[in-house]
Design a protein around this ligand. Structure first.
Ligand SMILES: N[C@@H](CCC(=O)N[C@@H](CS)C(=O)NCC(=O)O)C(=O)O
Length: 103
């Protein structure tokens, strides 16, 4: 598999991708949460691939990572910076106590 994108294992979390890199401690915190929750969220490595970094800068005006890209059902895109906020979002959406699946 020749790609700069690494995939975190297991079930799908459609519409989500994480911009960052594992050596960044704030990104590592998010990657750990993704792994704990068993989510499949592609990692767009901004250290290895300048195009991914450019995308973050274009979206937020700075290259600080981690940033979670959230694409909704209608194709609308939200960019979420801040590791703590990303972890909170993932836990509330996918964690055991999640009520998100309740329709
Ligand atoms: N408060 C932020 C800190 C993120 C942060 O400092 N990221 C560093 C890498 S570990 C970074 O991207 N620095 C380069 C920059 O800001 O352009 C968070 O928790 O996500």
């Amino acid at each position: 598999m020749a790609s700069n994108d690494e995939r975190v294992d297991s079930e799908g979390a459609g519409g989500l991708s994480l911009y960052g890199y594992p050596q960044c401690p704030y990104c590592a915190r998010v990657l750990h949460a993704i792994e704990s929750l068993g989510l499949a969220i592609p990692l767009r490595n901004t250290m290895q691939d300048g195009d991914h970094r450019d995308v973050v800068v274009a979206a937020l005006g700075r290259g600080t990572v981690p940033v979670l890209r959230i694409e909704g059902g209608e194709g609308e895109v939200e960019w979420m910076p801040e590791s703590a906020e990303i972890v909170r979002y993932l836990v509330s959406r996918f964690g055991d106590g999640s009520r998100d699946g309740r329709e």
